[in-house]
Ligand binder design. Sequence first.
Ligand SMILES: [Zn+2]
Length: 374
Amino acid sequence: MVATMRTEPFWFSMKRRLCLATAGAVVLGAYIGLRTQSAVSQAAVSYELNDVHFHLTNYVQEGTDIHAFLKMMGNKVGRVALFGIPLQQEWSYQNSGDFAPTYYLQTDAPLYYYSFTDAYIAMAYRSLSKEEQARFDPMITGFNPADMYAVDHIRRVLKTFPGVFSGIGEFTIHKEFVSAKVAGETASLLNPALDRILDFAAEVGLIVLIHNDMDVPFAKAGSEPAYLAQMKAVLKRHPKTKVIWAHTGLGRVVRPVTHHAATLEAILKDPQFGHIYFDISWDEFAKYLVATPEAVKISADLINRYPDRFLFGTDEVAPTEQQKYLRIYYQYEPLWKLLNEETNQKVRKRNYERLFDEARHRVREWEKSQAQVN
Ligand SMILES: [Zn+2]
C-alpha cells in the first residue's frame, strides 16, 4: 500500500486525501451524532426505582434467567442488589414422597446452606455486558452465619470472583419457621461468628443486608420484642459496618409490634446507630404498612423525618413477569403519595445509589490491595 501511494500523481493523492478527510468527517460526525444520541437516550431513560432486595433464585436454587430479568427491569428499575437464597430446601423422600417441595413451608425436611449459590450468581453476572453489569450489585449469601469459618467463605468468594460483589446478604439470623428448620446449629445474635462477619464487612467495605425478626411469632401484646436488645447490642458493637435491616425487623406473623414506629425512631435518632438503614421490602411486610390510612400515615411521617435511612426493595423471588416483579411497588402507592418529593426520590433511588456506589468502590479497592499482597 505504501509503495503504491508513493507513485500516485500529486492531484490524485490530494483528491484521495480530500476524500479521506471527507470520509473522516462523516465518520466523526456520525460518531458525535451517535454519542449525542446515546447521551440523549441515556438521559431519556430515567428509571423510577432501584431494588435493594432481590432473589434471582428460589429455595431449590432455580430461578429467572438474568437476561430475561433485565427485560423485566425494563426502563422502570435502574439497579438491583442481586442474590440467590443461601438455603436449599431438601427434598426428603421419607417426608413428602414424590412431591418435590420448592418452599420451606411445604415440607418438614430441613434446609441446608448451599454455598454454590455465590458462584451461580457471579457467573450469571459475568454473562452480562459491561453496561448491563452496571445495573447490578451482586451480594454474597452462601455462608452459615453460625460458623466461625463463614468469613473465610466470603473472602474466598471475593478472591475467586474479583470485580463482582458489593455486599453480603440477605442472610438470616432469626426468621419465623425458617431458623428452626436449618440443619445444624441455629444462628444466633450472640454467636461470635456473626461478629467476625460484621468486622470483615467493615474491613472490606461490604454492605450488609440482614434479615432478623425483631420478635417471635404471636408474641404477647405489649411485651418487649424478643430479639431487639440482642440486635441493638450487635449493631452497636460494629459502628463501621453499614447494615441494612430487612423489612425493618418485621416478619411474616410478627404483627407490627406495638409502637413499631417508635422502636424504629429510637434507633434512627440515636447517633450510635447512624450506620443502620432499613429496607421496606417484602409484600408480607407491605400489607401491614398500607393496611389502614393511619398505618400509612405513621410510616410516611417516620420516613419523611429520616429520609436518608430507608430503601425500597421488592424481595421478589425468581419472578416471571414485570407486573408480578413490581407488585409491591404498586402496593406502596398510598405510601409514595404521602412522602415528600425529596424523600420519595431518596427511598426509591438515591439512598441505594449512595450506599452501593460507596460499597462498590471500597470493595474494588480492597480487591486491588489483596492482589498486590499476593
Ligand atoms: Zn428476601
